[in-house]
Design a protein around this ligand. Structure first.
Ligand code: ASN
Length: 339
């Protein structure tokens, strides 16, 4: 069995170069990795770099890019012992969550990483993030997609971009890190999450790229901020980013009518808190409990990114409104805490 690792470069700061318009993704990453990591490579697994086309700043990601990453992993799965996905930090949490659902209980490690400063630039965090991911990738199979940043390996469906400049860019507010790895130390064996894992199968369906919207609740929310969700025939679901334990302005009759009309039209509404830590509990306040009457799904302690990926993934399975009402509460890849 090979111990060779495939590094999939999707774009993002880690492999960017300076251009007249600012940092932009640049190909030829394999030789830059060899140059920068130098002697350190002798203690790391052999690797190939596969660059996706086009390389993108991850702020341009769409659900179609998740399929591209999945297809690449699926096609290469039998050739490598583990996979590192280099991704821009702006939407890494969305992609790591999406690939968590798509790959499920996978029998090889898939570690997402990236950096705040490009590889080879002064004070970059890129080399240590990549080196650490390489040290971890063959240390036993976790069974789920993970994210390595700074010193921590985190669950792929539980991370949020926390800082735009700190090296600890990602945090997992509602789940403990899987492992810690400090520079100049050896990685310990990773503990598997599942007994049974499997290889990914060829994908047969596409995401609907524009089927899901997000609406942040704020004081004085105007009707024009959400009316389009009802009129757009391609809108299948809306994630509400609500206050605290999952509350909305329950005295805003226009907004309550909107929620009721969404239900009448068979469009899903999901309740996710704006708070980084904690989660919703839809029945606690009267200002939130009315949502349950209109079929709004309780996000509990799921992140916005994981909720977005989960609803896209469930819709891709061609589950209908009633099916999703029944299955939403189940944790599929540990994306919500279950008691
Ligand atoms: N804009 C970059 C990206 O998401 C940010 C980064 O990777 N640090 O591609």
């Amino acid at each position: 069995m090979t111990t060779k690792t495939l590094v999939i470069y999707t774009g993002g700061t880690i492999g960017m170069m300076q251009t007249d318009e600012g940092l932009a993704p640049s190909s030829g990453l394999q030789s830059r990795i060899v140059e920068i990591l130098g002697d350190r490579l002798s203690d790391l697994p052999e690797f190939d770099v596969l660059e996706l086309s086009p390389l993108i700043d991850s702020s341009n990601i769409t659900p179609a890019n998740w399929s591209q990453i999945y297809d690449t992993l699926q096609q290469q799965w039998h050739l490598y012992s583990g996979f590192i996905v280099l991704h821009g930090t702006d939407t890494l949490a969305y992609s790591a969550a999406a690939l968590s659902f798509m790959l499920g209980r996978c029998d090889k490690n898939v570690i997402f990483t990236g950096s705040q400063i490009p590889l080879g630039m002064k004070n970059s965090d890129a080399d240590t993030n990549l080196e650490s991911a390489m040290k971890l990738v063959n240390q036993g199979v976790v069974g789920m997609v993970t994210v390595f940043f700074r010193h921590h390996l985190l669950q792929g469906a539980r991370v949020t971009k926390f800082s735009s400049n700190d090296f600890s860019a990602f945090l997992s507010f509602n789940a403990d890190p899987i492992a810690e790895l400090l520079p100049d130390t050896q990685a310990s064996e990773l503990v598997p999450f599942y007994d049974k894992t499997r290889s990914p199968e060829p994908r047969t369906r596409n995401f609907s790229n524009d089927g899901v919207g997000v609406l942040t609740i704020h004081p004085g929310l105007p009707n024009y901020a959400y009316a389009g969700f009802l009129s757009a025939s391609n809108c299948q679901a809306v994630i509400l980013q609500t206050y605290g334990a999952g509350n909305i302005a329950s005295q805003d009759t226009q907004f309550v009518d909107f929620i009721a009309d969404m239900q009448k039209q068979g469009k899903l509404v999901i309740n996710v808190t704006q708070c980084s830590h904690g989660g919703t509990s839809q029945g606690t306040y009267a200002a939130g409990s009315l949502l349950s009457r209109y079929g709004v799904l309780d996000g509990q302690d799921i992140t916005l990114e994981a909720a977005f990926a989960k609803i896209h993934w469930l819709l891709m399975q061609q589950l209908n409104y009633d099916d999703i009402q029944k299955c939403w509460a189940q944790a599929i890849v540990h994306e919500v805490s279950t008691t």
